[in-house]
Design a protein around this ligand. Structure first.
Ligand code: BV8
Ligand code: ZN
Length: 243
């Protein structure tokens, strides 16, 4: 079991508003490859930033659609892991918790988290590429790209590189990050903006910032505490200290 430092145990016992910020690393132990190592097999010849972009979809909609269909199947086959479950349990136990995620896989909801702020959208939903109308849930077993009633192609309702994040969601995440006493950043490379700004914003507003990640990231030097380990192990150990 990962040893949890006393000052984090104390912060967790006294926390008034806990903010938890997650990236693809939180889903790694569920078997979902993180963004940078997702390119295996037939996808090896593409860069994620190429596929996860409006230009990529415009140039070759079927390839981008197939990539997301492949990733969505992995998400559906995956189970929430100990990190997702520990986060949902902390939401139940503590006075106030805000969960902010960069992930699009829906595993936080399946673990029992009630209202994650999904900064980058959700792979299980669709929207129209032309008129942006809500396209509902991704229908099972479609090979050809569904069309909107405007005639435009449907696309995954995720935020692509070069696209703005949903204003209300980002606004709520920034608001929470400015009014928290304990901010946990879990499983993110802290590379993708504007999401990666949130822990720095929390730090500037006086939060105790903890990074949980097996590798150092650009946040590590600014964090009050860095726990180098896998999210599932560390979060299970952290939960165990919160009796
Ligand atoms: C924006 C949804 C305004 C899609 C994602 C040039 C042109 C245009 C834009 C830019 C530009 N230069 C910079 C930008 C801004 C750009 C950006 O930040 N680029 C980066 C690459 C430099 N950002 C944007 O474009 C954003 N929009 O800025 O709008 C604008 C408008 C017009 C023009 C300019 C600006 C939109 C960003 C959102 C992109 N969409 N996802 C999809 O999923 O398909 S981001 C995507 O990458 C994922 O959401 C993921 O969270 C994120 C990072 O990828 P990963 O590295 O895999 O994941 P993560 O960061 O979480 O890292 C994994 C970590 O887990 C690692 O640290 C690893 O050590 C750790 N780990 C591994 N195993 C474990 C673990 N941790 C714990 N436990 C384990 N077991
Ligand atoms: Zn449309």
């Amino acid at each position: 079991m990962t040893p949890i430092p006393d000052d984090l145990i104390r912060h967790l016992q006294q926390v008034r508003h806990l903010v938890i910020f997650t990236g693809a690393g939180v889903s790694a132990e569920s078997g979902i490859p993180t963004f940078r190592d997702a390119q295996t097999g037939l996808w090896a010849k593409y860069r994620p930033e190429q596929l996860a972009s409006p230009e990529g979809f415009h140039a070759d909609p079927q390839t981008v659609w197939d990539w997301y269909a492949w990733r969505r199947e992995k998400c559906l086959a995956a189970e929430p892991n100990a990190a997702h479950l520990a986060i949902a349990e902390l939401e139940r136990r503590l006075p106030r918790v805000t969960l902010i995620t960069q992930n699009v896989d829906g595993l936080h909801q399946r673990a029992g988290s009630s209202a994650p702020l999904e900064l980058h959208g959700n792979i299980h939903h669709l929207k129209c590429f032309a008129c942006r109308r809500d396209g509902g849930d991704w229908p099972d077993d479609v090979r050809t790209i569904p069309r909107c009633r405007c005639g435009g192609r449907m696309r995954p309702a995720v935020v692509w590189f070069g696209e703005s994040l949903p204003e209300t969601v980002l606004g709520a995440a920034a608001e929470a990050s400015q009014h928290t006493d304990l901010f946990l950043s879990i499983g993110t490379s802290s590379l993708v903006y504007p999401a990666a700004e949130l822990p720095f914003l929390a730090k500037r507003h006086g939060a105790f910032v903890v990074e949980i990640n097996p590798q150092p990231t650009p946040l590590s030097a600014r964090a009050d505490l860095c726990l180098q380990g896998a999210a599932g192990e560390v979060m299970a150990a952290l939960l165990a200290t919160n009796t």
